[in-house]
Design a protein. Structure first.
Length: 166
């Protein structure tokens, strides 16, 4: 396991991370893998729905009102997480993705810790997320960090909704 001190978490927007296309590559991998897991594989980013392609091609615009956390390991982007800004309710964690070669090093935990700290610093009471039920490792991580299943706000089949206090 990587010591969290070896992982730099960069908050963006607000800071300009020196990662070039690293964030776009992470978002592309996330969306391509998710579509494949849903049984709707696409060969490339060009086959993704418009809203997902927009996140990849122009994340600054797609996440303009959100906080994007990027995990850097030895200067390389290895993970990302988006924390939405609350609008009369909880913040939501989206797009948590760790490069498969970097998994098992505590990077997801470091990103989640940073997201929860940011939410708390900004007066957010509740943080929620949704996760596909087949992502059992992610669900176990969220449960270890205090997230519990809750009534769904998103009715998509096989989606588990979870929340916890910030």
């Amino acid at each position: 396991m990587t010591d969290h001190r070896e992982v730099a978490i960069v908050r963006w927007p607000g800071q300009s991370p020196p990662i070039g296309g690293g964030l776009a590559a992470l978002l592309a991998a996330y969306h391509l893998r998710t579509e494949a897991e849903k049984g709707e594989p696409v060969a490339s980013v060009d086959g993704l729905p418009d809203r997902y392609r927009a996140e990849i091609t122009d994340p600054r615009t797609a996440f303009a009102s959100d906080v994007v956390l990027v995990a850097l390991l030895v200067g390389t982007a290895v993970g990302c997480l988006v924390l939405t800004s609350p609008t009369n309710g909880p913040s939501e964690i989206k797009r948590l993705w760790i490069d498969p070669q970097s998994r098992g090093r505590g990077i997801a935990s470091a990103l989640l810790d940073a997201a929860l700290a940011h939410a708390k610093e900004n007066g957010v009471d509740t943080v929620r997320l949704s996760v596909w039920e087949w992502r059992t490792g992610a669900i176990a991580l969220y449960e270890r960090l205090g997230f519990t299943a809750t009534e769904p706000w998103d009715e998509r089949d096989q989606l588990v909704c979870m929340q916890r206090a910030a």
